[in-house]
Design a protein around this ligand. Structure first.
Ligand SMILES: *[C@@H]1O[C@H](CO)[C@@H](O)[C@H](O)[C@H]1NC(C)=O
Ligand SMILES: *[C@@H]1O[C@H](CO)[C@@H](O)[C@H](O)[C@H]1NC(C)=O
Ligand SMILES: *[C@@H]1O[C@H](CO)[C@@H](O)[C@H](O)[C@H]1NC(C)=O
Ligand SMILES: *[C@@H]1O[C@H](CO)[C@@H](O)[C@H](O)[C@H]1NC(C)=O
Ligand SMILES: *[C@@H]1O[C@H](CO)[C@@H](O)[C@H](O)[C@H]1NC(C)=O
Ligand SMILES: *[C@@H]1O[C@H](CO)[C@@H](O)[C@H](O)[C@H]1NC(C)=O
Ligand SMILES: *[C@@H]1O[C@H](CO)[C@@H](O)[C@H](O)[C@H]1NC(C)=O
Ligand SMILES: *[C@@H]1O[C@H](CO)[C@@H](O)[C@H](O)[C@H]1NC(C)=O
Ligand SMILES: [Zn+2]
Length: 477
């Protein structure tokens, strides 16, 4: 009798398991993609059907306020730490730290010194400390050893590696035996062409179309790997781009003696380190030099930039008006497009789209701060965020299940999942559901057969091998 009861409970357990299995997605997965220098309004410059597909079946934020300075390294570090530049320490693409007496420069990829990165803890480290695995394809900083570790999987930075190869790695990591739950994917365009052509150039149209094609490729590969409907995809960028002109150049050599200062970071935010005893001279010479250059002593830098409290911020900061270019003289490099300007300027803002089971569908939000992405990522990954400058509350309306502390999976009842998903008319979803249900049914049928066998023999059951381990303790009990 007891033995029969045990079999019945087994059957019930199997039934419950199969239902749970068929309705609950596994480990929450997040893929964060950055298309460098993709200004928010590029979405409307030319037809971008793949971006619009994501928008219609996911969420879109119209204005994302990124951080000052609106450069690549500072903003990419903010996206995965939630901190302002003065707090994460990557205050520019070119830096000098007077305490370390060391330089950091993007120009010669002199960026591998851990000490520059360790004022913050990027999300892949927190994710790995929580027992998960992460994978990064060229995301800035992911091939630097930070706090003694790398992402579980990463690619050493090499700009010649194609987009397709980067996507292939991401897919491989998400589908491996021990899959990653966090993927980071970076692509250099449309930033490079934006600098070269200037964002106003009609030649930017094809460049933007090309990015849309690449997004299409990524979506196709995710669908092929059966990841499209189970993965939370976030597509964003670090900054926008504005048109420059040789008619809007500010030449420092016209105002400053070369021997009185070191230029640490260039246009459009000049970070100036005066030589010993030359501070007043340099400051006075520059303060009213040009109507389109605003010059700050470090302590006067506006609070809203959160760009003051760090030894890597130099004693004098000269910020150009939008579209103006700072050079020492005309032999310095000049580019037709640039960024780095005040983060309040719309042209400096990136785009933001997301798609996946955790996100609402066809939902547009007016504005967010880029510091809020980090707590959102932590929420999606179900990991505890380290201190940061964002707030999940500001962005939880993007979520299909907006309860702050709980996971979107445990919160929404199974039936809701069923009714929300088919709205997106794609194939993988019913397929995954079908597999779940069939597997569940097979388990139930197998148990039924064993149960009937057992009844017929009513002896010590001959169990198939794969159950031996599970049933042994129960039979003894
Ligand atoms: C800083 O480093 C440079 C070499 O990079 C060296 O010449 C200089 O003496 C160092 N300064 C201090 C204060 O250690
Ligand atoms: C960078 O990638 C290209 C293309 O895959 C390859 O030919 C080249 O050897 C790589 N460079 C380095 C330094 O690994
Ligand atoms: C540059 O300065 C002039 C004179 O103050 C001003 O009229 C103009 O608006 C400034 N340009 C920008 C882009 O702010
Ligand atoms: C322009 O500035 C660079 C760097 O300070 C200097 O080497 C060069 O001689 C300058 N050129 C002219 C024409 O002054
Ligand atoms: C998304 O919303 C727009 C406007 O609200 C509507 O025209 C469109 O049909 C919606 N798309 C989907 C797939 O629900
Ligand atoms: C961005 O952050 C500022 C300062 O914390 C806050 O006042 C503002 O409301 C935030 N904006 C959005 C859209 O959440
Ligand atoms: C979230 O993490 C906690 C432990 O930190 C765990 O108990 C819970 O099951 C996780 N939720 C999901 C949906 O994975
Ligand atoms: C940003 O976050 C850091 C870390 O929690 C904190 O030290 C700093 O005061 C915050 N900045 C602002 C302006 O709240
Ligand atoms: Zn960039």
């Amino acid at each position: 009798m007891t033995s029969n009861l045990l079999w019945v409970s087994f059957l019930l357990a199997a039934l419950t398991l199969s239902i749970t299995f068929s309705l609950q997605p596994d480990q929450p997965k997040v893929l964060l993609v950055s298309f460098d220098g993709f200004r928010w309004d590029y979405l409307y410059r030319v037809p971008t059907p793949h971006f619009h597909h994501v928008k219609e079946y996911g969420v879109h934020v119209k204005q994302v306020t990124n951080i000052f300075i609106t450069k690549t390294y500072p903003n990419h570090y903010t996206l995965i730490t939630g901190l302002f530049a003065e707090n994460h320490g990557i205050v520019a693409n070119d830096m000098f730290d007077p305490v370390l007496n060391k330089s950091f420069s993007l120009d010669n990829m002199n960026i591998y010194d851990s000490e520059f990165w360790e004022e913050a803890t990027p999300i892949w480290i927190t994710n790995q400390r929580a027992g998960h695995t992460s994978g990064a394809a060229m995301w800035p900083g992911t091939d630097v050893k930070i706090h003694k570790s790398f992402p579980t999987y990463y690619m050493p930075y090499n700009e010649s590696v194609s987009f397709e190869e980067r996507v292939a790695k991401i897919i491989e990591w998400f589908t491996s035996k021990e899959p990653i739950n966090l993927g980071l994917l970076y692509w250099e365009e449309p930033d490079d062409m934006g600098h070269l052509l200037g964002p106003d150039s009609p030649l930017m149209g094809p460049v933007i179309s090309d990015i849309d094609q690449r997004l299409g490729y990524l979506i196709r590969m995710l669908k092929k790997a059966k990841l499209w409907n189970v993965l939370n995809l976030i597509i964003t960028s670090d900054h926008g781009m504005t048109q420059c002109s040789e008619e809007r150049i500010i030449e420092l050599d016209q105002y400053l003696d070369k021997d009185h200062y070191t230029l640490i970071d260039k246009s459009p935010v000049a970070a100036i380190l005066p030589k010993e005893g030359r501070f007043d001279e340099v400051y006075e010479a520059l303060a009213h030099a040009h109507p389109n250059l605003t010059v700050y002593k470090k302590e006067e830098i506006p609070d809203r930039w959160h760009y003051k409290h760090n030894s890597r911020i130099q004693p004098i900061l000269a910020v150009a008006d939008e579209g103006w270019y700072i050079l020492r003289n005309k032999s310095d490099d000049f580019l037709l497009g640039n960024h780095g300007y005040d983060n309040a300027l719309a042209e400096m803002h990136p785009m933001f789209l997301a798609h996946g089971p955790a996100f609402r569908k066809n939902f547009t939000k007016e504005a967010m701060n880029s510091t809020d992405l980090y707590p959102l990522l932590c929420h999606l990954l179900n990991i505890t965020a380290v201190p940061h400058n964002g707030s999940l509350r500001n962005v939880q309306d993007l979520l299909s299940s907006p309860t702050p502390r709980a996971s979107p999976y445990t919160q929404s009842p199974p039936l809701l999942h069923g009714s929300v998903k088919p709205r997106e008319n794609e194939q993988e979803e019913p397929y995954a559901y079908f597999i779940g249900v069939s597997l569940g049914s097979i388990i139930v049928i197998v148990f039924l057969i064993i149960f009937i066998k057992h009844l017929i023999r009513s002896q010590i059951p001959a169990l198939p091998d794969f159950q031996a381990e599970i049933s042994q303790p129960l039979l003894q009990a």
